[in-house]
Design a protein around this ligand. Structure first.
Ligand code: AFP
Length: 343
């Protein structure tokens, strides 16, 4: 009995942890804390829908094509709607943007606007849905730049350095929420029996010795010379490092999460596959910047091969970028190779 009580005392819910964080900042109004809690709630809803996807017969494709030219999955639409609806009325946001929509998502006129803006990729890795593989939601929060009223495009075109908070919810063998507000990276695991995220991974640091590299090797012949040589380096060909093991799920959140905990590098380089996507597939604002923020907070680094992802000034809402993210020395190494081989 005593042990059980002892265990209970050790339990830190996400709400308690957010509040502890808020207390460190006497100037805080609690708006960000509540916004993060709203996002966690959306994560719980999406998690429950994701787990029941097969049962509820909501798997499968719709006929719609999103603005990225991809077939929209029903769960994508659902996750998108959940994120929007749980955040549209709270008065905490000036506007939102989703990877699934070409334009900004305004706050309905009947609700007040607030001081933050939220970007999200509602269900990243959705081509994995039909195969019961891990998928995730990525989110990014910035302070608005315009003084009041509905949020404008300019509020969203901010470099990752300006992020106030970022994180993801991973729907895997368990559901986890990992986030940072610039004071370390913290991970919570959803306990389905109590329906709450519990602190399981405080102050995550990327291990110094990397274990994995994660990339779609199937595209190798379409990469630059620098990235090709870098891939040899990761495989220990010039004996500078011990060869890394290859792991690639094809869900960015899952691949990133594994390397965050085990050490390694994920990359999706520029390639010559599609002349319309010379910068690769991933989006700067919805995927690369929030994960770069987490990586730096965990002692790692993210680059587009030439500069820090966090220093890129976005020009459009859906712009793409090459992404190399993980252990700092591994990401700096690719910058070295690209400088040496790619003009
Ligand atoms: P989907 O959402 O279309 O599955 O794309 C997932 C993703 O954006 C990212 O999560 C993966 O890292 C990457 O694409 C995988 O892309 P490839 O299938 O080209 O390797």
């Amino acid at each position: 009995m005593q042990t059980e009580l002892g265990d209970l005392v050790e339990i830190t819910t996400i709400e308690r942890f957010f509040l502890l964080g808020q207390k460190q900042h006497p100037e805080a109004t609690g708006v960000l804390t509540n916004l993060l809690y709203d996002i966690a709630l959306a994560g719980k809803v999406i998690s429950s829908k994701t787990n029941r996807a097969g049962l509820a017969e909501i798997l499968g494709r719709t006929d719609e094509i999103n603005i990225q030219g991809e077939v929209v999955q029903k769960l994508d639409q659902l996750a998108d709607l959940v994120m929007y609806r749980l955040n549209d009325h709270t008065g905490r946001l000036a506007a939102m943007a989703s990877e699934e929509h070409e334009d900004l998502l305004p706050i309905p006129k009947k609700f007040p606007t607030g001081k933050y803006i939220l970007l999200f990729d509602p269900l990243d890795g959705s081509s994995n849905i039909d195969f019961n593989m891990p998928i995730g939601t990525i989110f990014a929060v910035y302070q608005r730049l315009t003084p009041s009223g509905p949020g404008q495009l300019v509020d969203f075109l901010q470099p990752g350095r300006k992020l106030v908070a970022a994180g993801y919810i991973l729907y895997g063998s368990s559901t986890m929420l990992v986030y940072s507000t610039g004071e370390g990276v913290h991970g919570f695991t959803l306990d389905p029996s109590v329906g709450e995220f519990l602190l399981s991974h405080p102050f995550i640091r990327i291990p110094e010795v990397p274990a994995y590299f994660s990339v779609n090797l199937g595209y190798r012949k379409n990469w630059s010379e620098g990235v090709d040589h870098y891939t040899d380096y990761l495989q220990g060909e010039n004996r500078e490092i011990k060869a890394l093991s290859l792991r690639y799920v094809g869900s960015l959140v899952a691949d990133f999460h594994r390397n965050l905990l085990a050490g390694g590098v994920f990359y999706y380089p520029a390639d010559t596959i599609d002349p319309n996507k010379p910068q690769g597939k991933l989006r700067l604002l919805y995927e690369a910047a929030p994960l770069a923020f987490l990586a730096e907070q965990a002692g790692g680094y993210a680059s587009n091969g030439r500069m820090s992802i966090l220093d890129i000034q976005p020009e459009t809402l859906h712009q793409r970028t090459p992404l190399f993210v993980g252990n700092k020395f591994l990401v700096e190494k690719v910058e070295e190779y690209i400088r040496r081989y790619d003009t």
